[in-house]
Design a binder for this molecule. Structure first.
Ligand SMILES: *Cc1c(COP(=O)(O)O)cnc(C)c1O
Length: 341
């Protein structure tokens, strides 16, 4: 059966580099949304716990429930039906309206729009928001924002850092005035963390870098991260075909010589997208995918029982004109997982 293999050494290596940057593993919140970017929610949660990480970031309360035994602090980014309450959960408030939806006594993190204009409350509404939180007996445990251009060379990065600094000051002053304890402040994702010269937030929300990638412009000094996930498929059948025989749907591949072709059990139904005919894709062992990819299978010029389809998604991201995030998070959560230590 096709499967995902998780390389524990690589994951821990990446977490080592990330801890160096944050100044300690207690300042890392691992981002596990969308099935841990395709790697497997529970598998990555358990490895993160083993490494000594105590904070995680997920998208929904359903994901939070699934990993609640692994972490003492779970940030929920985008939930709209708040019906569960837990001391471990910290719910992100993305708008003033959200404040009305959160159950009383919940821990909340206030998201501030510092320039991305996607989510978060406006800076002018900070004071109103905090009064409303107190009215609803919510605990303000964090304040966050998100960079819009952390991975490209642009002054917006520094501008948003400055804006966030001022937000911190304003909120610290308000907390003193109202005698409430200071929340955790966090702004950085992976790219922003590795661009920060001196990291002084309470923690960073790190997804992509922990899985071994960064999408930063080449002008930045990129750390030596190692891809964590590799995708493997098993042979279903082998046949010998003659020169000029075609393979697969549309008969798109034409054999240039007599050859062996095998079919392997992975396809676009598993999230391994079809590759257009003008692209040449090579597996790590330099085998070629021949012709079109089917829903549950593909053909390769190999007779091996098992083939590694990829161990680094950068080549595929180029072919599909997209980012590593999309190739990874597209992988089916139904794929079986194996952890290689
Ligand atoms: C997904 C996400 C992250 C993680 O981003 P990476 O670039 O993968 O590190 C951090 N913060 C928020 C709000 C996110 O949605």
């Amino acid at each position: 059966m096709s499967k995902i293999v998780i390389n524990k050494k690589h994951y821990f290596h990446n977490l080592d580099l990330i801890s160096k940057q944050t100044g300690g593993k207690e300042k890392i919140a691992v981002v596990l949304k969308d099935n841990a970017y395709g790697h497997g929610l529970k598998e990555i949660a358990s490895l993160a716990q083993e490494y000594g990480i105590s904070k995680a970031v997920v998208r929904t309360s359903k994901e939070a429930q699934e990993v609640k035994n692994y972490f003492s602090y779970i940030l929920i980014l985008a939930e709209s039906t708040f019906d569960t309450y837990s001391h471990t959960f910290h719910i992100v408030i993305n708008s003033l309206e959200d404040i009305q939806k959160v159950p009383i006594h919940s821990n909340v993190h206030l998201k501030i729009d510092t320039g991305m204009h996607r989510n978060g409350i406006c800076i002018k509404d900070i004071e109103v928001a905090i009064y409303r939180l107190l009215d609803k007996k919510l605990h303000l445990t964090g304040v966050l924002s998100h960079h819009k251009k952390a991975d490209t060379l642009s002054t917006d990065f520094f501008y948003q850092q400055e804006v966030f600094k001022n937000v911190k000051k304003e909120i610290k002053n308000l907390c003193e005035k109202l005698s409430i304890s200071l929340p955790n402040f966090h702004l950085c994702n992976s790219s922003a963390l590795f661009r920060s010269k001196s990291f002084d937030d309470d923690f960073a929300r790190v997804g992509l870098a922990s899985y071994g990638y960064l999408e930063n412009d080449a002008v930045f000094d990129n750390p030596n991260l190692k891809p964590v996930l590799s995708l493997w498929a098993n042979k279903l059948s082998t046949r010998f075909i003659k020169k000029n025989y075609s393979v697969g749907y549309g008969g798109e591949y034409l054999a240039q010589k007599d050859m062996y072709v095998s079919t392997y059990d992975i396809g676009y139904g598993d999230g391994f997208l079809r590759i257009g005919k003008k692209y040449n894709y090579h597996t790590p062992k330099m085998y070629k995918i021949l012709g079109r990819i089917s829903m549950d299978s593909l053909s390769i010029n190999s007779q091996d029982d098992e083939v590694c389809i990829f161990e680094d998604v950068k080549q595929l991201a180029n072919i599909h004109k997209t980012i590593s995030y999309e190739i990874l998070s597209n992988l089916s959560s139904l794929l079986s997982k194996e952890i290689k230590s």
